[in-house]
Design a binder for this molecule. Sequence first.
Ligand code: SF4
Length: 645
Amino acid sequence: MHGWAGQRLRVYLTEGKIVKEAVSEELGLRYLGGRGLNSRVLLEEMPPHANPLGPDSVLAVATGTLSGTFAPASARWTVSAKSPITMGFGDGNGGGDFAAGLKFAGYDQVIFYGQSPKPVYLLIDGDHVALKDATHLWGKTLSETRDLLVKDLGGQEISYLAIGPAGENLSLVTKVFCNTRAGGKGGMGAVAGAKKLKAIVVCGTTRPVKVARPADFYNAVKRAHRKVSASPFFKMMREGGSLNWMRISANNGCMPARNMQAGYFEGWQKLTAEVYEKHYAVKPLTCFACPIRCSSYFRVKEGSYATFGSNQQYGTIYPFTVRLGIDNMEFALKATTVCDELGLDTHLCGAVISFAMEAWQRGLLSLEDTDGLDLSWGNIEAVMKLLPKVAYREGFGAVLADGSKKASEQIPGSEVCLVQVKGMDVSHMYPGPGEGRDWQLAYSTATRGPDHLRGSGGYGKDNPRLVKILGEAGAKALLDPQNYKGQGVNIALSNYFAGIVHSLGLCTRVTGVYGAKNNLLDEYDLAELFSTATGIDASGDDLMKAGERICNVERLFNVREGFGRKDDMPPERFFVEGISPGRAVPGPTGINRARYEEMLDEYYAFNGWDSDGVPTKKKLAELGLDCFDWQAGPASRATDYTKQS
Ligand code: SF4
């Protein structure tokens, strides 16, 4: 096979058994790789209504079709499982070097079943694949785990994914980590912890990825690099990375200030990319094959928050500042490094603490409830003490470790403080004056719960496909943040496109997920990369169809778990309309309920779903998804893989 490694592993943790299996080209063409391959596995192999932290839970990790090649930013791995927070479809992707490492070892995907009786890690050394005792790693932080693994393996270079103490202790606000790159919002770290799976480690033998048409692929990559590096987005990402969103969010009045009670935080100027670059950045850091290098190592030299870490992002700084009423960048960098050691998800950790702070503000919590911690906005010391409590499920931390929705069940009256969709906190994007209402539709309909990477920001507004459907004027109208019409089409196409990007293993920062106005890669560029790498001629249309298929598979997973239209609604507080000064874009805030419902109808209709958001039989037939019983899960399968070797 070209592009794909052509093999995957099924790992039966209860039995301690590992099965190697070929990945068919047909499956690759329909689901591409990464997210797509995992999504199909979850729908087909996860029993309906299974406990995500129980023995029937399935956890899948996959590389993208282009992982391990030098296609720009082809560094992303995807981890997928039923989310213990939403109780629906869950996944996430991260960068670093693991995706390339797994592909070089000769595998596209690893699927874990059952639960190990003792802590283990999966060692992949080319053809030698084994489950190893991880008792000595259990309880260790992420950096301790890495050091011990390197020592265990004789000092050789490793690529790995691992969980920290938070995942081991089944704190649900956890992710899976590749050094300080993390993926799997929605509790993927806890799913691994429940399986007693500490890490997946790749070392030793490497098999270079073969591409079908090397000269054509080289030219396609060269063109892609040129396009990306000419984009204004490229320059912005190199100087402060996604922390630039601090300024953009302030300008648009869409900051998640104090648990999203407002869209503007007065202390944002102390938290900008410029402040970070001037005082804390040490040297650039990039993921495998990425020309952008959007992050860096950082150092806080002295004081209470002295620390050294890496990978600053808007998503690591705003949760410990804007969200909590804190304007101290040094504290946020320290909190980030603590989360990276304990295996906590910065987005959800900041969100659940801000939920508790709002409950405190409303007099719904007292010192007796919080282990004596004063949860007033801006209380840095209380936040510092809460982080390990959340990771180890100690005291009040055990209440917060299950996320805001479940915590609200233990704090009478606190439902009013929830800012969530599908049971998961909305991380960014208060519906402020300058932020498009398409973001709210994207957040509310994303299959894995509120998410900024499934199509937020919309499909490229000048993409020919969108212009053909909506017309020049209709596509142009989407640029008005208060416009609702056409956004259903925009977000549906954006979902399909994100499905391609995640499945090829690319980072959204080289593609048009954030809007083609940045002149990043579109589906036509991706088709060229895909075709020359795999040797299978696919057009932009073919890839969009695969992206649509992937989105429908995830939607079916959620429908099977009982999700419908009621789960595609923004948080109640977003429906309160008002006026905010923002900073540079004064104007209306909030979402108009009737117009949101119309936007949702348009989205469902374009997707070929009924009025409750269930894919119709006609749509399933069109996508070739009528060939198996999706309601049945593994009951529809004839093969018992545990009997193979
Ligand atoms: S843009 Fe940033 S996160 Fe994305 S692959 Fe490049 S370095 Fe990694």
